[in-house]
Design a protein around this ligand. Structure first.
Ligand code: AMP
Ligand code: MG
Length: 401
């Protein structure tokens, strides 16, 4: 077991026990938010054939040099047409948006720039080759336009359909168990007896797990007893990973640490992080287990900086296009913020865009028990160990979703 590791080392050690990665096919109707397991190459050119960008007339540009040219209408090309007229000298074909360009035509005149009497059209505006959408100008058959590890958005689902896929292969969603520990915890909404508080961490953690493209299996808080905790962990043996909150500090009642020490395997305990110093990572009967701190802010920030990167790496998420909770940015501090001796300091900040730069301000008490600070702010400083931030400094930060 390593003690007091840096964040980088913690991620490295956790990634030695990755989440198992499976894949499964899903129809496009079920694909939103899922993550592609491999890149998708287009099965077709896009567009598939030269077609018109406008409703109007397909003409030969050389016929339309003079103003008010009159052309004979020889037919029509509609979207979906297979039988097309041939446009000869002095002729034109009606054409609809998306319809194939008839042989002989090389330009389009918008319908607004024409007038028709019987089967003669008078051309009153420009004949533009640019109104023809050329075959494969967007995508060439075989081109990989959707990348492995990308989360499927509405636009990417439409692109998959355009490229010829009715079904896509995606990463299977691992099941991650969420267990809170603490005698003081009662479910949100329940009446509080003296000394009790509403359990909140499991709701945040379940939601974070789902945001990272996994399935959360949230169970009611377990009391601080080794037997209860052991039974609960064993009852979740079919899950792919376990996240606990609470019970990992130095206290006598910190039973997650105790049980993992005695009956599990601990890879590391404690991180050089503030807030969020106490986490442990290891395995419970071969299942990866993160023991997060109980303080509500600590458990959330540790998920952001440690668990989310572990999930992303295990499942092969694309760095920019895969599911993620935050983006690293540079911000200018509007106020002094103090760092932490020997620890990476994750102060909560609100990031706003002002005059072309990102400005960071702080608004509430920064205590690790103050969950409101995670709502009043939308970012975290990445102040290196022993570094304070002065007003005006530009520092690294995470801009959280
Ligand atoms: P612990 O890590 O168990 O020592 O808990 C640290 C602090 O976080 C204590 O004030 C707990 O009451 C609080 N806490 C622990 N677990 C939760 C939870 N699931 N929801 C809300 N607060 C919690
Ligand atoms: Mg506790």
């Amino acid at each position: 077991m390593e003690r007091g590791v840096s964040l980088e080392r913690a991620i490295e050690l956790a990634c030695e026990v990755p989440l198992a990665r499976g894949t499964e096919p899903v129809s496009l109707d079920e694909a939103r938010g899922r993550v592609l397991s491999s890149g998708l190459a287009s099965k077709v050119d896009d567009p598939r054939f030269d077609n018109s960008a406008m409703d109007g007339f397909a003409v030969r540009a050389e016929d339309c040099v003079d103003s008010c040219t009159k052309l004979e209408i020889v037919g029509a090309s509609q979207a979906g047409s297979a039988n097309l007229p041939v446009v000869g000298k002095g002729q034109a074909s009606r054409i609809m948006t998306g319809a194939p360009i008839p042989e002989g035509a090389d330009a389009i005149v918008m319908v607004e720039d024409t007038s028709v009497v019987d089967n003669i059209v008078t051309i009153e505006g420009p004949a533009r080759p640019g109104y023809i959408r050329r075959r494969a100008e967007n995508l060439t058959e075989g081109e990989e336009a959707l990348l492995a590890g990308a989360q499927l958005t509405p636009a990417s689902i439409a692109l998959a359909a355009t490229m010829g896929y009715g079904e896509v292969e995606v990463v299977t969603q691992p099941r991650i168990a969420i267990i809170s520990t603490g005698d003081e915890l009662v479910p949100a909404g329940a009446v509080l007896e003296p000394g009790q508080i509403h359990e909140s961490n499991s709701h945040a953690l379940a939601s974070l797990v789902e945001s990272m493209g996994c399935k959360a299996v949230r169970v009611e808080a377990v009391e601080d007893s080794l037997d209860n905790l052991r039974n609960t962990l064993d009852s979740l043996a079919d899950c792919d990973a376990i996240i606990t909150s609470g019970g990992v500090s130095m206290g006598e009642w910190d039973l997650v640490r105790k049980l993992m020490e005695e009956e599990g395997e601990i890879s590391f305990w404690r991180m050089k992080l503030r807030p969020g110093g106490p986490p442990l990572f290891g395995t419970w009967k071969n299942t990866p287990l993160f023991g997060l701190p109980g303080n509500p802010v600590s458990s959330l920030v540790v998920f952001h900086v440690l668990v989310a990167p572990w999930i992303a790496k295990s499942l092969g998420y694309h760095k920019e296009m895969g599911p993620r909770l935050s983006q690293q940015v540079s911000v200018r501090l509007a106020q002094d913020v103090s760092g932490a001796p020997g620890k990476l300091c994750l102060r909560r900040i609100r990031i706003t865009s002002e005059n072309g730069e990102l400005i960071a301000t702080t608004h509430t008490h920064q205590g690790s028990g103050n969950i409101h600070s995670m709502v009043a702010h939308n970012g975290l400083t990445l102040l290196p160990p022993d570094a304070d931030g002065k007003a005006g400094d530009i520092i690294d930060a995470l801009w959280c979703r």
